[in-house]
Design a protein around this ligand. Structure first.
Ligand SMILES: [Zn+2]
Length: 152
């Protein structure tokens, strides 16, 4: 797919040190449109949608928030820890959206696997179908997320 100049600007915003220290792209050299369309193909293959994945991530965040930084057990199969920080992160797609800063950790007890994300990750998936570039500390590989959160 062809990348528009608008997307070039957004991609610049996503680089390390621009909005956040680590940025959103990791070491991924692909164009933003290709990062998004490759992950969309994966999501479709899994029989899921961005909405389903984002809703599940949000549900865990909401459950975890009740612990105020302490671990919260969800459905006897997951442990969630939400650590909030001060401040907000602007969406790199530059439409005025702000997300709270927080780290959400969900551990699947039986699988002994865990995933970390933040409120902006949920927004990026739901609104933009963007799971972040390869090597980004907050990249949420769709297949990995689906497995750990038991969406498939
Ligand atoms: Zn946005």
């Amino acid at each position: 797919m062809k990348q528009t100049p608008d997307f070039d600007k957004i991609q610049e915003n996503m680089r390390a040190g621009s909005i956040t220290g680590p940025g959103f792209l990791g070491h991924d050299e692909r164009n933003l449109v290709d990062i998004i369309s490759d992950d969309q193909a994966k999501v479709k293959e899994l029989g899921l949608t961005n909405e389903i994945i984002a809703n599940k991530l949000e549900m865990f965040m909401k459950q975890g928030e009740r612990g105020f930084g302490s671990p919260v057990k969800v459905d006897d199969r997951f442990v969630v820890i939400v650590e909030e920080s001060r401040g907000y992160i602007p969406c790199p797609f530059r439409h005025g959206h702000l997300s709270k800063k927080a780290n959400i950790n969900v551990r699947n007890i039986a699988r002994k696997e865990e995933v970390d994300y933040s409120p902006i990750s949920i927004h990026l998936i739901r609104e933009h179908g963007f799971y972040q570039g390869k090597g980004s500390p907050y990249r949420l590989d769709p297949a990995k997320v689906a497995r750990i959160l038991e969406l498939i």
